[in-house]
Design a protein around this ligand. Structure first.
Ligand SMILES: Nc1ncnc2c1ncn2[C@@H]1O[C@H](COP(=O)(O)OP(=O)(O)OP(=O)(O)O)[C@@H](O)[C@H]1O
Ligand SMILES: [Mg+2]
Length: 263
């Protein structure tokens, strides 16, 4: 790390601190992948209704942090609190159960299944009918909700019965976003969700995330494009080489300062 770069780092004692009402709060997270120290002493938090922009160069540890928060990877050290209670996020199901919904950088879909089925994988609504004690999937509800979600992201030219393999990369990403929007819960995490989207689709997603604030839903939005996240973020957290190097209210910084910090 050069002296020139260090000049830009925010002093640790000026990092924004969580309130007593923080939605999620992590203390001293540690993660190793073999000999790679992917997270070192990372404190992180998000308040209800707050949009946190998470930025940093390739390999900074952003995805690692959100994989821990979404239960996909275990931390090697540190503590996580959700709505004030200490929690163990040892599976994606545990995280979803708390109300943490994640859109990954490369979200998994089943190509041969329809948009509607992909939206509800593992969480299919059931009818009141059963066969041999097993609930029947409520296809009509799935199609109705899928249609509404596709309208939200302006993918109306596609029917919910379209199989995902017929969609472009951007459209698949849009379906993943529609899915997370439907199960939006309390905390929405988006890891580079707009990479393959058109400008129009991207703006829709940004508008949507901004609209979640009013419902008290917190969001963590990872992007390489500061121009996407700066306008909608309340606070920016920057990482470099597994460490948090800035945690600052948007009103106390500028895109230019942040660009100096992370590149
Ligand atoms: N499953 C894994 N196995 C081994 N090393 C990993 C694994 N996942 C991440 N790493 C390493 O951990 C470090 C942090 O990676 P991470 O994916 O969190 O970075 P990132 O900030 O999301 O980067 P990008 O902007 O490129 O997505 C990198 O050095 C990466 O190579
Ligand atoms: Mg990443």
């Amino acid at each position: 790390m050069t002296a020139r770069l260090e000049e830009h780092f925010q002093a640790t004692e000026t990092f924004v601190r969580p309130t007593a009402e923080a939605l999620v709060r992590c203390e001293g997270l540690e993660k190793w992948y073999g000999s790679v120290h992917a997270l070192a002493e990372v404190d992180f938090h998000a308040e209800p209704g707050e949009i946190v922009g998470l930025v940093g160069d390739n390999g900074a540890g952003k995805s690692t942090l959100i994989k821990i928060l979404s239960g996909a990877h275990p931390a090697d050290g540190g503590r996580i609190f959700f709505e004030g209670r200490e929690v163990r996020l040892d599976s994606p199901k545990a995280a979803m159960g708390l109300g943490i919904e994640t859109i990954y950088q490369y979200t998994a879909m089943v190509p041969a299944m329809s948009i509607a089925r992909n939206m509800f994988i593992g969480r299919e609504p059931l009818t009141r009918f059963t066969i041999g004690g097993i609930g029947l999937m409520d296809r009509r509800t799935m199609v109705e909700h899928a249609t509404r979600s596709l309208t939200n992201i302006d993918l109306t030219e596609r029917s919910p019965d379209t199989t995902v393999e017929e969609l472009s990369g951007g459209q698949r990403q849009a379906v993943a976003i529609a899915r997370a929007m439907y199960f939006k819960s309390k905390l929405l995490i988006l890891d580079e969700p707009t990479n393959h989207l058109s400008v129009k689709e991207t703006n829709k997603v940004l508008d949507y995330v901004a609209s979640l604030k009013e419902q008290g839903i917190g969001s963590i939005f990872i992007s390489h494009n500061l121009h996407h996240i700066f306008p909608i973020s309340d606070r920016i957290v920057a990482m470099a080489r597994g460490r948090k190097i800035a945690d600052i209210k948007k009103s106390d910084t500028t895109i230019d300062d942040l660009t100096d910090l992370i590149v």
